[in-house]
Design a binder for this molecule. Structure first.
Ligand code: ADP
Length: 232
């Protein structure tokens, strides 16, 4: 089954920079894809197009049956509730503890309290942080903060998890742990798309890899391939 279809997409920003050029891509349900390429090659833009932070200038993006470019602003929530997003800088709320950070989105959607509690504890267990539920973000290591951010992103069981440089601030051992968590989430059925510079992780984890170069998709490696230094 197909989860994402991108057809003939260009993204030109208002300043005239074309960040994505004639992109075509199919993503199957359950895929794990690394998006790699030099800084400025369009990785973040691709992620932003997928969650409708940016709209394509041309072409079509279908995510889970939703035509993302045509989606009205007041319907963007329909897309957003199908996906979770993880950033390099964690973006946790400093005044809320770990449990509250993860529960926040569920509460906003008006889930009953018992369900919020069950889902939140399940997500924290999955990322190995149930024992830190009452801690505040500033008491956690970078790797732990990122695991909280991942728990928050998956707490509602999204079909798709988008990650933009999730290991960008982390050392190699911690990055490895984060990738292990993402792999578990993927094995439970969530499609994962991760933009990264982290060649070590890309080569260790052997997933499908797409390479962007100046906004063009120049390579699409099968799962399990080894990536050359010049591709990252
Ligand atoms: P990457 O994530 O691979 O570093 P980006 O998608 O962030 O690449 O950027 C791709 C290109 O688009 C770069 O030339 C960048 O300067 C440009 N760009 C990114 N965001 C914007 C923006 N909001 N406005 C104008 N140009 C942008």
């Amino acid at each position: 089954m197909e989860l994402i279809r991108i057809k003939g997409v260009d993204k030109q920003y208002n300043n005239g920079v074309t960040a994505i050029y004639d992109l075509n891509l199919k993503v199957k349900k359950g895929d794990f894809i690394f998006v790699i390429g030099a800084s400025g090659s369009g990785k973040s833009t691709l992620i932003k197009l997928l969650y409708r932070e940016e709209k394509p200038t041309k072409g079509q993006i279908i995510v889970g049956g939703i035509d993302v470019a045509k989606l009205k602003n007041n319907k963007v929530y329909k897309l957003r509730r199908k996906l979770g997003i993880v950033f390099q800088d964690f973006k946790l709320l400093p005044k809320l503890n770990v449990f509250e950070n993860v529960a926040f989105a569920l509460e906003m959607y008006g889930n009953p309290m018992s369900e919020v509690r069950n889902k939140t504890l399940k997500a924290l267990e999955l990322v190995g942080l149930k024992n830190k539920a009452k801690q505040y973000p500033d008491k956690l290591s970078g790797g732990e903060q990122q695991r909280v951010a991942i728990a928050r992103a998956i707490v509602n069981g999204p079909k798709l998890l988008l990650c933009d440089e999730p290991t960008g601030n982390l050392d190699p051992d911690t990055s490895y742990e984060i990738l292990k968590v993402l792999e578990v989430i993927n094995n439970l059925g969530t499609t994962v798309i991760m933009a990264t510079h982290d060649r070590e992780m890309v080569n260790k984890f052997k997933k499908r890899v797409i390479v962007l170069d100046n906004g063009k998709l120049v390579k699409d490696y099968e799962k399990g391939s080894y990536v050359d230094a010049e591709d990252v």
